[in-house]
Write a protein that binds this ligand. Structure first.
Ligand SMILES: [Mg+2]
Length: 106
């Protein structure tokens, strides 16, 4: 059997609008970056929540930075970048839940 038996096409051949495709691509790229930096992350829910909260804090800083560009106390990241981080962490947490459910069945 092929190695590809573990892979699926979740959206089949469904067309999606370019903004959604770009958003998903950016989140997926961030997921790959996070996997390379922290391979095989497994955390209890409270730790996932802390990681997500840390990213939410960075998002808040980016909002402040973009709302008050004359104030240089709020880091150098953008709202878009931090939204991608938040989404990628939330996505990874959900993946771990899906993996646990999958492993429990198979
Ligand atoms: Mg971040």
């Amino acid at each position: 059997m092929s190695e590809n038996k573990h892979y699926v096409r979740p959206l089949g051949r469904q067309l999606v609008r370019p903004p959604l495709a770009r958003a998903v691509q950016q989140i997926y790229r961030e997921r790959l970056r996070q996997n390379a930096k922290w391979p095989g992350q497994q955390h209890p829910p409270a730790e996932w929540h802390l990681i997500l909260s840390e990213e939410m804090g960075e998002l808040a800083q980016a909002i402040l930075r973009e709302s008050f560009p004359e104030d240089d106390r709020h880091g150098d990241s953008s709202v878009k970048t931090e939204l991608i981080h938040v989404a990628a962490v939330a996505f990874q947490w959900l993946e771990r839940i899906e993996e646990a459910e999958h492993d429990a069945i198979h």
